[in-house]
Design a protein around this ligand. Sequence first.
Ligand SMILES: *[C@@H]1O[C@H](CO)[C@@H](O)[C@H](O)[C@H]1NC(C)=O
Length: 467
Amino acid sequence: MAIITEQQNESKPQLRKSKPKSNSTSPPPQPPSKSDTSTAANPFHFWFYFTIVVSLISLSFTLFSSLSPQDPKTWFLNLPPILRHHYSNGRTIKVQTTPNHPQVGVFSIQQGPTNSDSNVLIVPGIGCSSFSFHNIVKYLGNKYVHVVSIDLPGSGFSDKSITVVEDKVGGNNLWDVYEEIKEKGLFWGFDQLVEQGYVNNEELISKKEIVKSIELGSEEMGRVLSQVVDSMGLTPVDLVLHDSAFGLSANWISENRGLIRSVVILDSLPAKPALPVWVLEVPLVREIVLGSRFAFERVLAMCCVKSIGAVEAEAHRILLKGRNGRRAVVGMGKKLNFSFDLAEWSGLDGIRGLPIRLIWSSGWSEEWFAEGRRVSEALPQAMFVTHSGGRWTQEHNAEEVGESIYEFVTSLPKPTKQVVEEPIPEAKIGDPNHHQDVHGSHDHHNGHGHAHAGYMDAHGLDHGWAM
Ligand SMILES: *[C@@H]1O[C@H](CO)[C@@H](O)[C@H](O)[C@H]1NC(C)=O
């Protein structure tokens, strides 16, 4: 790809330059003919080499793809038992991350009774997934807490790309020609070259299916949270936001205060994910990191976890690499809010009074602990609690972190009692027109209550707290 864009940049100025030259130097008879021959020769050479480069690239692509299985089916079939088991414990729900785009599958695991007072939603940070949290989910579920953890779109078992149909105007874009040659075969490219002296697809205006990697930003994150909380009946939700998930959710939290009971911030600096995104971005580095078990394990040990078993590390690598997850993660890394101001956020109307607990690793590094102290100072309402693990939770400290979450959510006021009583007086007072058919509307509300109980509860709570 790098080669192609470079050529494009070089070729365009050349073509542009040659045309004005022939115009400006038109009075003398000889120079134009010279420039004519050069412009005639140039495109041919250019397209000739271009076609060759494309052939080489496609050849290497087919070689590489034969080395590493790319299609999702093969990927699923080759999963190690530990991931198969994780997958079989979860289910996929459909979420729309962008208006007018198709829905994407969001993988989730769930434990505990749905009528619990606490509805915990654990959202993992960049590069991480619900797989990291399955032990915490199990721990909380065993303590009768309703708990869900999801893989954000673009990571884990969730969809990592979508196919979008777009109008495509073929033109001078080399990428289009490259795609065209890839699609129609190399000989098509050479045929074109022989017939016309260049490879052209200018007449093409077509609807094209484009596969886009899902790159979650703050807005998309908000849509994911809204839809997951709604469809899984988690309101009022106790959010557990790990790593970069906090920064991406911050806006949604301040705007949807009514849906949220509490927030746990788990080892999270809004714009500094534990897994450095550049190792997945820089060519060669990314091939080494994602291509080698050993290198990936070293990276995890350096940035995320205190110690990790080979099987666990390999599972993370497979989840990250599979179905082109790398691109989604890199895209997400670029959409982090690097100007996020924690102190400003904690002072927002929607955040003041929100119960927050900060769970932070004290055993990772001195610097990390100091960062935790700073975050804690910026969030005066948050209780600061430490744990002994790394920046990604693992099996050996899942119980510790799970216990801390449990202690926090069970210390909060119970939502259910207030909830059942509040919507009814609200409906009576708020709707004088409907007063006559109280029975009808009452039934309706009751019927409705099952599907959208969450929203009603949340609004009830919101009013309660606002006053
Ligand atoms: C980024 O952070 C700033 C400062 O906290 C905030 O005002 C802004 O809304 C955030 N942007 C997004 C897209 O979250």
